[in-house]
Design a protein around this ligand. Structure first.
Ligand SMILES: [Fe+2]
Ligand SMILES: [Fe+2]
Length: 272
């Protein structure tokens, strides 16, 4: 796929540097009609400063402790099998957007806005910068809908199995993953089949072959695929890996990526 990407005006550092920074707060962006985009990147994670003092900091750290201990190969396989059935509920996209408002994301130290606002602001910001990429607007609108698995009608999964940064299981946990120290208590860390650089995977096998920690990203990907979405590969990639910060922020796990992943990553970068 040929990709032509203009310099986005939203979600990228002022100097155009696409690497991550925790200092992306460069003021609000007013859109036409008085719509105001907050000081957050497109996925709502501008202030991802995990060392900063805040009321939620402790809660966030506890969240990652549970997440890192429980996200194992066995758990991910079980969840993919269970949720891959797509037999929970049938509903429209807008209905799901409204339902999402009932979900609170305990993994984010700063995101206080209602979820539905985050979805709309993300989609609007992307639409402004990429008016002709309608698939990208839709991708932005639905990227977080998978968080509904936290709600009773979708199985009441605990927060650690719904939100937060995602990462591969079945190979060594990269040190760039937030609160990496808690992986020492993950049983997979002691398993010689899983704790090497490549683990159960082959060089450049492609992320599609890699089991990711279970959460809303992979679930929404499965929902889209299962409903025969017409979104292009880059849209699905963005939905599936938008919380995979070790990859798209820190550049980790490149040895598992194939050419299509690298191509698609350019679109995911737009959301940063
Ligand atoms: Fe988001
Ligand atoms: Fe998300």
């Amino acid at each position: 796929m040929t990709i032509l990407i203009d310099q986005p005006a939203f979600g990228i550092d002022g100097d155009g540097e696409k690497k991550y920074s925790n200092n992306e707060n460069e003021g609000n962006l007013s859109l036409e009609g008085g719509f105001v985009v907050p000081d957050a990147n497109a996925f709502g994670h501008t202030f991802r400063d995990y060392n900063a003092e805040s009321e939620r900091q402790k809660g966030v750290e506890n969240f990652y402790r549970s997440n890192h201990i429980h996200q194992t190969v066995d758990f991910v396989i079980k969840m993919r099998e269970e949720y891959g059935k797509l037999d929970k509920v049938e509903m429209g996209i807008w209905e799901c957007c409204e339902l999402l408002n009932e979900v609170i994301d305990e993994s984010d130290p700063d995101l206080d806005e209602p979820q539905i606002e985050h979805l709309l602001q993300t989609a609007e910001a992307i639409r402004k910068d990429y008016p002709n990429q309608d698939w990208l607007h839709l991708t932005a609108l639905i990227h977080d809908l998978g968080k509904v698995i936290n709600l009773p009608i979708f199985g009441s999964l605990p927060q650690w199995a719904v939100v937060g940064d995602t990462f591969p299981v079945g190979c060594a946990f990269d040190e760039s993953i937030v609160h990496h120290k808690y992986f020492t208590k993950n049983p997979d860390s002691q398993n010689p089949a899983y704790n090497t650089k490549h683990g159960i995977y082959k060089e450049a096998c492609g992320l599609d072959k890699v089991l990711m920690s279970w959460g809303h990203d992979d679930y929404m990907y499965m929902v889209a695929k299962g409903n025969k979405t017409t979104l292009p590969s880059a849209g699905l990639f963005t939905i599936r890996y938008h919380s995979f910060y070790a990859m798209h922020k820190s550049g980790a796990y490149q040895h598992l990526m194939n050419e299509e992943d690298i191509d698609n990553l350019k679109w995911l970068q737009i959301f940063k």
